[in-house]
Write a protein that binds this ligand. Structure first.
Ligand SMILES: [Zn+2]
Length: 166
């Protein structure tokens, strides 16, 4: 049975019980995401399911949200629909991941408990386009000045970048 998502994720505990949660939030519930958008009451649907793979706690998740971002071409508002999905395995060390299905993204993590909001925020921010733009030609000239990419500072995001560079 699905239930609302607790504020704190208790990783091993939830995984060993195979808990499934779903909840509808608003963008305003995620301070770091809400800074990017003007529509604070836009819905954020989240589903998380926890399971153990051997002794490794894993989380599968789905998030759906709409963000009103700034178009990097015309600087007007552009509505971007995002549906980040993730399948994460939380490892204490690299060796633990041997034999784990390749479909899992691995994260080195020794925390048993962490903030649900921060966790979801990290997964959403990875999926936000660096340079959101209207699909149509919203301005007639092409500005070829390169945009400065903002570096993401979340530890989850940084670990993932390291893992995907192999
Ligand atoms: Zn535009």
């Amino acid at each position: 049975m699905k239930q609302g998502i607790p504020e704190i994720i208790k990783l091993f505990k939830f995984a060993s019980k195979g808990l499934i949660f779903s909840q509808q939030y608003q963008v305003r519930d995620f301070p770091r995401i809400s800074k990017l958008t003007s529509k604070q009451d836009s819905a954020v649907d989240v589903e998380l399911s926890f399971a153990l793979e051997g002794r490794i706690p894993c989380v599968k998740g789905k998030v759906k949200l709409d963000l009103a971002l700034t178009c990097q071409r015309c600087l007007d508002e552009v509505n971007v629909h995002l549906e980040p999905k993730f399948k994460l395995a939380f490892l204490h060390n690299e060796q633990q991941g041997e034999g784990l299905s390749e479909s899992f993204e691995t994260i080195l993590n020794s925390e048993e408990e962490f903030s649900t909001i921060e966790f979801i925020t990290d997964e959403v921010l990875i999926s936000v386009p660096m340079t959101p733009m209207h699909e149509h030609e919203c301005v007639s000239y092409q500005d070829d000045t390169p945009l400065i990419e903002e570096k993401r500072k979340s530890p989850f995001a940084i670990l993932k970048q390291l893992k995907t560079k192999e």
